[in-house]
Design a binder for this molecule. Structure first.
Ligand code: AHR
Length: 330
């Protein structure tokens, strides 16, 4: 009897100790490490929505590159709704097939819990496009633009456009306010605008949209026409402002200088027409870098926590504007 009891206790103790002695269970879907290939990756991509030309190019980059590399992409459209995006994140955590989650975050905050759950489930998380405020050990890397630098470049360019003018009143059309793109572009612009005496006399969200960009500008124009420049945090809002100025009998690009961010096809068309003065580039073709980073992380490499994109500035007075426009992919 004593022997039998001792045996039972022994078996129980061994059963408790044994898992701790074994090598850690392979992370979900990453049994291939350190020799994983693109075909081993199943990527769940949480896109913000489809708010404009930049976003369309970003989505196309992810879909086309996945096909080229031979990896499986599960695409989730968050429809610019944070609750939907969080639900989609949870869906990918539960999905046993998904081993990489890519997030284009609608808001900077509120990600710690799902990121912890993703980590516990052994998923690799790569943040793309929009930075987030969360502990860096919860994701592999962030690949995206330096939005603050885009804001600083925008202020420098606006200073050049307004040079010699007595008044330097600038209206700011802001993106979706909780996003890193909107916060950081606004902050970067303010860091540099004082250098030439710019004053932001009006600032309001137009949610990245042409329609809202137009509506907000229309409402402002009814209050005053004392404006020398418009800083639109993306091209669509700038295009909306252009429509509003024209309908109010003003000449955009001349009476009011217009600068927007993204450098999409719509912006180049507006620059060729003389309506838009400058567009500051924000590169949406991020998928090759994101997938490469995910593969490296799958194979156990430690990555830098931020890989900023290389971006330029395009001006309507560039003599090569047509050639530059013809060479653009989006
Ligand atoms: O995060 C990038 C921003 O998101 C783009 O500037 C804007 O057009 C998009 O919706």
């Amino acid at each position: 009897m004593f022997r039998f009891k001792t045996l039972v206790v022994l078996i129980a103790v061994v059963a408790m100790i044994l898992p701790a002695c074994q090598p850690a269970a392979p992370k979900a879907g990453l049994k291939c490490a350190p020799n994983c290939e693109y075909k081993d990756l199943v990527v769940g991509f949480l896109q913000t929505g489809s708010e404009g030309g930049w976003r369309a190019a970003n989505t196309a980059s992810f879909k086309e590159t996945a096909d080229q590399l031979g990896l499986k992409l599960k695409f989730y459209d968050s429809q610019n709704d944070l609750a939907k995006q969080v639900a989609g994140f949870n869906q990918f955590i539960q999905d046993p097939e998904v081993n990489v989650i890519v997030l284009a975050a609608l808001e900077t905050t509120g990600w710690e819990d799902v990121l912890k759950q993703a980590k516990d489930a052994g998923k690799i998380v790569v943040i793309e496009d929009r930075r987030i405020d969360a502990s860096e050990d919860l994701y592999a890397t962030y690949i995206g633009s330096d939005f603050a630098e885009e804001g600083r470049k925008s202020a420098d360019e606006m200073c050049k456009l307004l040079e010699g003018m007595e008044g330097k009143n600038v209206w700011e059309l802001v993106g979706n306010v909780g996003s890193s793109a909107a916060k950081d572009r606004g902050q970067g612009f303010r860091e540099k605008m004082g250098a030439c005496g710019i004053e932001v006399t009006k600032s309001q969200t137009a949610n990245w949209s042409i329609t809202e960009g137009k509506q907000v500008t229309e409402a402002w124009l009814k209050e005053t026409q004392d404006v020398q420049g418009i800083f639109a945090q993306n091209d669509e809002m700038g295009l909306g402002a252009i429509e509003a100025l024209k309908e109010a009998g003003l000449t955009p690009g001349v009476d009011v200088k217009i600068l927007s961010v993204d450098a999409t096809a719509g912006a180049f068309k507006a620059m060729l027409a003389g309506d838009l003065n400058v567009t500051v580039e924000c590169n949406p073709l991020l998928a090759p870098q994101v997938y490469e980073a995910a593969l490296k992380a799958a194979n156990g490499e430690t990555l830098p926590k931020w890989v900023p994109s290389q971006e330029g500035v395009f001006r309507s007075d560039d003599p090569n504007l047509q050639t530059v426009t013809d060479g653009r992919k989006y």
